[in-house]
Design a protein around this ligand. Structure first.
Ligand code: TRP
Ligand code: ZN
Length: 912
């Protein structure tokens, strides 16, 4: 039976643990941990039991002030003592088996090395301790291990002592001068390649930056180390925050549950977010590394120096740090570019981030796992490292940035650190700091309505009404917001949803596409922005604003830059969307208009397919859409990267959200039809686009060349969707002559997705045989690089015609379920990004999913629970999908011995 933890039940811990000294005698099967804590009872709290958490570890002994005691109880996963002293030293000795730990939480072995992962509740798998973020202590760590096997013994903070011991063993002692909760503890032991650099902080201090990787991988860490230094400089310049340590280490590991972890001074990274070189990593990998390196580095202030009071406050550090890494990446991309190119680069980043939100978070917010960015309850905290807490959390921070402006926001940040440095605090504390600035800027107003973003789930809809009065030349905009109950909210009858404070950025255009200047002097809750835009602050259910001197009925440019995480509902005539697609001065809104036009057309055709029951020969694509694509294909003023987004179609995932009930097969077909129609109508232009986008010279992941590669690969993708012969040859040539992974994988991916079954003739063989041969070649060429082998599995997972193909791949010698990157590459990619084969109407892929969730759950509950979320939206699917998905979920739910993690997900999916 799973228990639910509630935010309202928070109680402070009754003891201080001022100091903790940990001694590790490292051994792969039996590691001994001796943990000595300096404990003081909190004088202002009633005397109560001292409860320590422990999980999957063997208790060896307990002593108080040096005296062994048996005066304790070991109850389930708690060690309970009733100390009579108010101040004492408590020593607990325990053992664990790192080599048997496949959960990758706590202390584990990967390759020939030891690693730890403690967030959220992994420290209790290492030693008995109050495993909660509001217990902060000074850590002293001694690591002892075989010197030949483990020449490097790393932990948080500063290395204070090293010593050789008997029997070929040695030890290193570390001290972290900053108080920290145990989830930020880390140790690493092994042999590594090191790349390092001494850098200077703004105040002139020397700091040692280091990147550790497996032996033989040291030549792939240059980009990571440079990214780390850029992150350090950026945080100084933009946020006035300096590194507080003399040494900052990043370690790459092959087996890791997530992206990376911000342990104080010793960040541990999934190797996928560290290792890169042009031959083996794509442009997206380079971008990902820079942003994750930045993210973990930025946590040093937003997360470590100021941490969370309890895990319900997770978004305090995650939402804020994602916002910071998004801004870091945007600033890096715009760096050294002329204004127009800089704007394009920033817009591309924003589009990328918004797309991620719509792909992962919007569905979450509409399903059984919907929760506010600050949840009110959970069964397993590991399940709440979600797109909502991270990505929507970042949007909620971004809205505060929008409302306060850059200067005001930075003033709020300074206030936040001034108030809370060294503390474990709440989301409310953060908003309070921001509010102190907002109140100064807007006397008489506050952020009380804004706070509802923290307490309510669901994606609000803002309905827009426009009334134009020709005689007065006045235009009235009326915004009305709504947000029905979602997820657990539906179970609470007493709960009424309140309106949100929504910054809504708009502009107006004439029908020829010229911007209309807007005056706001006489308006409340409105202020002008760049490009003749206006920021409206919607704070009640409905509000109206009347603009005067509007010479004609305007075309509205709505929710510019995605100023709030909402749906917009406005009955755009298609001609108006076309005006925006071609002319909106706000490049984000211009992209949005093109997406909207395409979405409507794909959804219209989906309905037609459903009605005609598969007879699709008579379906034609609206010429208005084709015209917009023609315009954007020929608009040479635009940067390539931005153009590649303008010309891309919305993904199946994003589209599916707008279809009720969800019809994956019809939608897939409709999108294919639109894509092929755009490809064939503009075939020559695509070909021309392809040929003009060749990057030359040394590989660089800068936005201009990244943009060119992405536009080139998009062109190839469109052309191969219609099996164009010339394009097939070009793709083959691109693969053979590629000087970087982006080009090589781009070519192979386009061929695999569209031509893997083509019996058409290619030279003296078939296209199918040629593609199969390239696929083989790719594997053989890169079989010694696990990150490229992951790409190879992922490519087949997303292009496989059916689940049988996946079962076959599971037999491949390189497939290992235990390695999360590999499991994600094959299983997650298939279930999440292969609509056609996963949603096979015979339900065979759903049954496969159930089998694999169960298998994975026995090894790694965190990763299995994430995988189990594939079925989140089952109730919104049409038949037969819905019933088949439900059956698969039930199969998992009925499995004996399912982890707490996966149980929470499937039980909510079935009951909410
Ligand atoms: N705090 C980490 C980050 O966002 C992520 C994280 C949380 C994590 N729990 C984890 C990483 C478990 C690995 C395993 O930066
Ligand atoms: Zn984080």
């Amino acid at each position: 039976m799973s228990t639910t933890i509630y935010r309202k039940d928070y109680q402070p811990y009754p003891y201080h643990i001022e100091k903790v000294s940990l001694h590790f005698s490292l051994d792969v099967t039996r590691t001994v941990v001796t943990n000595t804590m300096t404990v003081t009872r909190k004088a202002d709290m009633p005397r109560s039991a001292l409860i320590l958490n422990g999980e999957d570890i063997q208790l060896e002994s307990v002593s108080i002030d040096g005296q062994t005691t048996t005066d304790y109880t070991l109850q389930g996963e708690q060690l309970i003592l009733h100390p009579t002293q108010d101040h004492f030293e408590l020593t607990v000795t325990s053992t664990c088996n790192p080599s048997a730990n496949s959960t990758l939480m706590g202390l584990y072995v990967s390759g020939n090395s030891f690693f730890t992962q403690c967030e959220a509740e992994g420290f209790r798998r290492i030693t008995f301790y109050p495993d909660r973020p509001d217990v902060m202590s000074e850590f002293f760590v001694t690591l002892e291990a075989d010197k030949a096997k483990y020449p490097y013994l790393l932990s948080n903070g500063n290395l204070i002592h090293t010593q050789d011991l008997d029997n070929g063993r040695h030890q290193c002692q570390w001290h972290d001068p900053f108080l920290k909760p145990c989830y930020l503890f880390a140790l690493v032991a092994g042999d590594f390649d090191i790349r390092e650099k001494t850098s200077k902080t703004r105040s002139g201090r020397d700091v040692l930056l280091q990147v550790y990787s497996d032996k033989g991988n040291g030549d792939q860490t240059l980009w990571a180390l440079d990214s780390l230094e850029r992150a350090m400089f950026w945080d100084e310049q933009r946020f006035n925050l300096e590194l507080d340590l003399d040494r900052f280490m990043v370690v790459a590991v092959r087996d890791f549950n997530m992206g990376a972890m911000e342990n104080k001074g010793l960040n541990i990274f999934n190797a996928a977010y560290v290792l890169a070189d042009p031959e083996t990593a794509t442009d997206a990998n380079f971008e990902g590394i820079e942003s994750v390196i930045g993210h973990e580095y930025f946590h040093n202030w937003t997360g470590n120096r100021v941490t969370c009071r309890d895990w319900f406050q997770l978004s305090l550090k995650e939402g804020l740090t994602v916002f910071r890494d998004q801004e870091f990446s945007a600033d890096m991309m715009a760096r050294n570019l002329p204004p127009q190119a800089a704007l394009s680069a920033r817009t591309v980043k924003r589009i990328d981030d918004v797309t991620r939100l719509r792909t992962a978070q919007f569905p979450e917010d509409a399903g059984p796992m919907a929760h506010p960015i600050r949840p009110d309850s959970y069964q397993e905290i590991g399940n709440f490292y979600t797109a909502t807490v991270y990505e929507k959390g970042a949007e909620v921070i971004r809205m505060q940035h929008t409302l306060l402006g850059e200067q005001g926001f930075q003033a709020g940040m300074q206030e936040y650190f001034h108030r809370h440095d060294g503390q474990a605090v709440t989301c409310d504390d953060f908003v309070n700091a921001m509010e102190s600035v907002y109140c100064r800027q807007h006397p008489g107003k506050d952020l009380s309505v804004f706070r509802h973003w923290y307490s309510q789930a669901g994606t609000p809809t803002v309905q827009v009404q426009m009334d134009y009065d020709e005689t007065k030349q006045a235009c009235t905009i009326t915004l009305t917001q709504s947000c029905p109950k979602v997820g657990v909210e539906k179970l609470r009858q007493d709960f009424d949803k309140k309106p949100y404070h929504i910054p809504f950025h708009i502009g107006m255009l004439t029908h020829t596409g010229l911007p209309i200047p807007l005056k706001v002097e006489h308006l409340d809750n409105a202020r002008t922005t760049e490009n003749h835009g206006v920021l409206l602050e919607l704070q009640t259910q409905t509000q109206s604003w009347t603009f005067t001197h509007i010479p004609e009925r305007p075309v509205l440019s709505l929710l510019r830059d995605f100023s709030a995480p909402v749906y917009v509902s406005y009955p755009y005539p298609a001609e108006e969307l076309a005006v925006l697609c071609a002319h909106d001065v706000n490049p984000f809104a211009r992209w949005e208009a093109a997406q909207e036009l395409a979405s409507r057309e794909i959804l219209r055709i989906t309905q037609q397919i459903i009605k005609q029951q598969g007879n699709i020969s008579s379906i034609t694509v609206d010429t208005a859409l084709l015209k917009v694509w023609l315009h954007n294909l020929t608009d040479m003023q635009l940067d390539a990267g931005y153009r590649s987004w303008l010309l891309a179609l919305p993904t199946e995932k994003v589209l599916l959200e707008r279809l009720s009930p969800m019809q994956p097969q019809a939608l897939y077909l409709a999108r294919r039809i639109v894509k092929e129609s755009i490809a064939s109508t503009h075939r020559d232009l695509w070909m021309q686009t392809y040929r003009t986008q060749h990057t030359t010279g040394e590989y660089r992941p800068d936005p201009i060349s990244v943009g060119q590669r992405s536009l080139k690969n998009l062109a190839l993708n469109y052309l191969l969707s219609i099996q164009d012969n010339e394009a097939i040859s070009l793709a083959k040539m691109q693969y053979d002559s590629a000087a970087n992974m982006t080009d090589r994988l781009g070519a192979l991916s386009a061929l695999m997705h569209y031509n893997a079954t083509s019996e058409a003739i290619y030279g003296n063989t078939t296209v199918k045989a040629m593609v199969a041969q390239l696929n083989q070649d790719f594997y053989q060429h890169f079989e010694n690089n696990p990150l490229v082998v992951d790409k190879w599995f992922a490519l087949q997972a997303t292009s496989a015609p059916n689940v049988a193909h996946i079962r076959e791949l599971m037999q491949h010698p390189a497939f290992v379920l235990r390695n999360p990157n590999r499991a994600r590459a094959l299983l997650f990619q298939f279930c999440m990004n292969n609509t056609r084969a996963f949603h096979d109407e015979d339900g065979s892929a759903y049954a496969f999913w159930a089998e694999q969730v169960i298998a994975l759950d026995a090894l790694n509950p965190e990763v299995a629970a994430r995988f189990s979320r594939v079925m989140d939206s089952w109730q919104r699917y049409a038949e037969p999908f819905k019933t088949l998905m439900q059956k698969a979920l039930q199969k998992v739910a009925e499995h004996q011995g399912l982890s707490k993690n996966t149980t929470e997900i499937v039980s909510k999916a079935l009951s909410i």
